[in-house]
Write a protein that binds this ligand. Structure first.
Ligand SMILES: Nc1nc2c(ncn2[C@@H]2O[C@H](COP(=O)(O)OP(=O)(O)OP(=O)(O)O)[C@@H](O)[C@H]2O)c(=O)[nH]1
Ligand SMILES: [Mg+2]
Length: 434
């Protein structure tokens, strides 16, 4: 549905959203609601603003020796070839924060290889100045999450040197930023554990005993890795997630995908998402395209927007309907489309809203209709009900947009979601559209 958008359109949309958010914040001061509720709405507006206007590249420090799978992990998250893998002597992005960028967004990666080999460089790539560079970079910017990687076939051998390097990184970050980032530890190359030929990423096609045997090996490796980290008091408190994974993808010369043998990368992405601040989460779900996470954020935004719309509907002056409720609903649709990986586009969002039959006019009718009705039944109780109606309508728009943009529903199906849910939530406003 959306036509190609230029960066100009994106910038324009962004500006409009900023303007609307500012206006809504101003209106909050006039809301006849208890202070606690107003604070809560303010936090919800903050979420909208952070997700839509204040995104930055999530920052990950990758710690693992040569060949552990650092570049492959970056590619596995993007689902595309953005980093050089294997024996390519690319210095790009080594020892410095480097933004791996696609049109969906950027990940800021600090590849710390060289820090463990620093005292005795294995080759000219790992010169001691790599260590100085890494330390300077850690001072310049703190990672949001530290990812420790080790080959699942090597967790016994030199792991102690790797963990010592990891401690060194934590000490630097703490010293400069007074922050101890969460630690995610992964045992890579799980596909090559015995029985080697058993495909974990296609376990459904493999004999069950073989899969079980392989999973038992994965679990052994995980326990070993976990206990090694737990043995170190400087690392143990920060460990949030340990798993065996496989990040293997094979790309042709032209960068197209030849084979995708990723296993548990969605879980890894989920674990990283959980540790990120909101300012990195929008970008991250666009890049990693894990539907469940996109939907989780979309659902949070829907609930936040619905609550704000309900708050605005409680304003005793009718101006609340004419402008912000509808524009906030358009903003919500634009946000959900954006989370799916599309450009930020207000026009496409209003078209979607129009297709739902929930355009400016309908938004106005939501409230006027309900108010007229309720005034007839209980004079004076109007604003309460219109708040519930605005809440239900906005939540239903969010659900329809989630179906269309995140689950590839057709417009007709999205319309049905909208209508069904609006009817259900108006009856029982406790329902949150889940
Ligand atoms: N079988 C298998 N191979 C993998 C996996 N992850 C990475 N590889 C391969 O292992 C080799 C090294 O992976 P890289 O991602 O380049 O490792 P790295 O940590 O970036 O290595 P350096 O950049 O040299 O420090 C490449 O040939 C990858 O294709 C995995 O999970 N399974
Ligand atoms: Mg690499």
């Amino acid at each position: 549905m959306p036509e190609p958008t230029t960066e100009d359109d994106e910038a324009k949309t962004r500006k409009l959203i900023a303007e609307n958010i500012r206006r809504v914040e101003e209106m909050l001061r006039f809301l006849p609601l208890p202070a606690g509720t107003v604070d809560d709405l303010r936090a919800k507006i903050g979420l909208l603003r952070t997700i839509l206007l204040e995104q930055r590249a999530p920052a990950f420090a990758l710690v693992g020796r040569r060949g552990a799978g650092k570049s492959s992990t970056v590619n596995a998250i993007f689902g595309a070839k953005v980093a050089e893998v294997g024996h390519v002597r690319a210095r790009t992005g080594r020892g410095k924060w480097f933004d791996h960028t696609t049109e969906r967004g950027a990940l800021s990666i600090l590849d710390t290889r060289g820090i463990q080999e620093g005292s005795k460089p294995a080759d000219e790539d790992d010169a001691p100045d790599a260590v100085a560079s890494i330390l300077a970079e850690l001072k310049r910017k703190s990672p949001d999450v530290v990812v420790f990687l080790i080959k699942s076939t090597e967790t016994d051998s030199a792991i102690d040197a790797d963990l010592a390097a990891l401690e060194r990184i934590y000490a630097e970050v703490e010293r400069y930023h007074r922050f101890r980032p969460p630690l995610v530890a992964i045992a890579t190359h799980c596909d090559v554990l015995e029985p080697k030929a058993t495909r974990l990423h296609r376990a459904d096609l493999e004999p069950r005993e073989d899969v079980e045997e392989k999973l038992a090996h994965v679990s052994e490796v995980e326990h070993h890795l976990e206990s090694k980290i737990k043995d170190r008091p400087k690392l143990a408190p920060h460990l949030v997630w340990v798993r065996g994974v496989s990040t293997y993808m094979s790309f042709r010369e032209d960068g197209t995908l030849r084979s995708d043998e990723r296993w548990r990368v969605d879980e890894l992405v989920g674990a990283l998402f959980k540790q990120l601040p909101d300012a990195g989460r929008g970008t991250f779900v666009r890049i990693a395209r894990v539907r469940g996470l996109q939907d989780e954020l979309a659902s949070n935004l829907s609930r936040a927007t619905a609550a704000i719309c309900a708050g605005i509907a409680a304003l005793p002056i009718p101006v609340g309907d004419i402008v912000p409720i509808t524009t906030l609903q358009i903003t919500l649709v634009a946000a959900i489309a954006w989370l799916s990986g599309r450009p930020l586009d207000k026009k496409a969002a209003s078209e979607f809203l129009g297709a739902m039959g929930a355009n400016v006019g309908a938004g106005f009718l939501f409230r006027e209709g309900a108010r007229a009705l309720i005034k007839f039944v209980f004079p004076g109780a109007g604003s309460m009900v219109s708040g519930a109606v605005a809440f239900a309508g906005t939540l239903s728009i969010g659900s329809a947009a989630r179906a269309y943009f995140l689950r590839d529903a057709t417009i007709e199906e999205a319309k049905r979601v909208f209508a069904d849910e609006k009817a259900a939530t108006e009856e029982d406003p406790q329902k949150t559209g889940e």
